[in-house]
Design a binder for this molecule. Structure first.
Ligand SMILES: [Mg+2]
Length: 263
């Protein structure tokens, strides 16, 4: 059996003494930093969990009308809109839309229609909402109209691809927007800038539509199309009021939008 020499015992004693001092050798702040970070992580986790559930309830319309995103969800909505998840959600919706569109038997009489909303459907106003709190601020019509006038909103990539595919399949594309007639030129300019072309008709709110809830205004416009003989096979929009009401499409496709709600 190996024995420990006198100098070895001395070295061992020094080592044990040193080890005994370790808890006192570090400042208190380092020792305490783990629980504080843990508390912060738990706090963040609670917010993300809550905000993800909140997003589910607004996207499914379980929440009904809401005016602003919860203050605690600002960073969640910002991260969602700027991250892969929004793009992925939009891609999946566009994929489902296209799968349905391919299953439609095109009559070939020029009456097979698909209706698209514009804002947060064909065009993304994310650059505007980036500087207006991602839906955490009260909607300001004046500054939004100034943004519309710039005609610089980019396309939602998934919607632009879908749009082109539908055109190839032979659908007549109708654009039905809550924007007003005075914004027609800016809207057309922006659509072309973003890569859209060859739509059949662009429908905007006229003077008699101004006070109507979106769900009524859009239903009436779809009803006009049906009365003209069009079959509305599909309808794409980021708001439930784009899709519900009457004269609804055979299939409706809800795009994500956790930034605002239009009744
Ligand atoms: Mg919209």
């Amino acid at each position: 059996m190996a024995s420990v020499s006198g100098s070895g015992r001395f070295a061992l004693a020094i080592l044990l003494l040193f080890l005994g001092q370790i808890p006192n050798a570090f400042p208190q702040s380092i020792i305490q930093s783990w629980p504080r970070n843990q508390a912060s992580n738990d706090h963040d986790h609670d917010h993300v969990l809550y905000c993800d559930s909140w997003r589910f309830s607004v996207e499914t319309n379980d929440a009904g009308y809401w005016s602003k995103i919860p203050a605690r969800c600002l960073s969640f909505v910002r991260d969602y809109m700027n991250g892969d998840r929004y793009r992925s959600d939009s891609d999946v919706v566009a994929g489902d839309s296209l799968a349905f569109a391919r299953s439609v038997e095109i009559a070939g009489d020029g009456r097979d229609a698909w209706v698209f909303d514009i804002d947060e459907t064909l065009l993304s106003n994310l650059p505007y909402y980036e500087s207006h709190g991602f839906g955490s601020e009260t909607f300001d019509e004046k500054s939004f109209d100034e943004w519309v006038d710039l005609a610089e909103a980019p396309a939602l990539p998934a919607s632009l691809s879908l749009y082109k595919e539908l055109e190839q399949l032979g659908f007549k594309i109708f654009l039905l927007t809550g924007r007003s007639e005075f914004q027609r030129n800016a809207t057309e300019k922006n659509l072309v800038y973003a890569g859209y072309k060859n739509w059949e008709r662009l429908l905007l709110r006229g003077p008699s539509d101004q006070r109507k809830p979106a769900i009524v205004y859009k239903s009436e416009k779809r009803s006009d199309l049906v009365n003209e003989g069009y079959t509305i096979h599909g309808n794409s929009g980021d708001q439930w009021s784009d899709l519900m009401g009457f004269a609804i499409a055979q299939r409706s496709f809800k795009l994500p939008n956790p930034m605002y709600y239009i009744a």
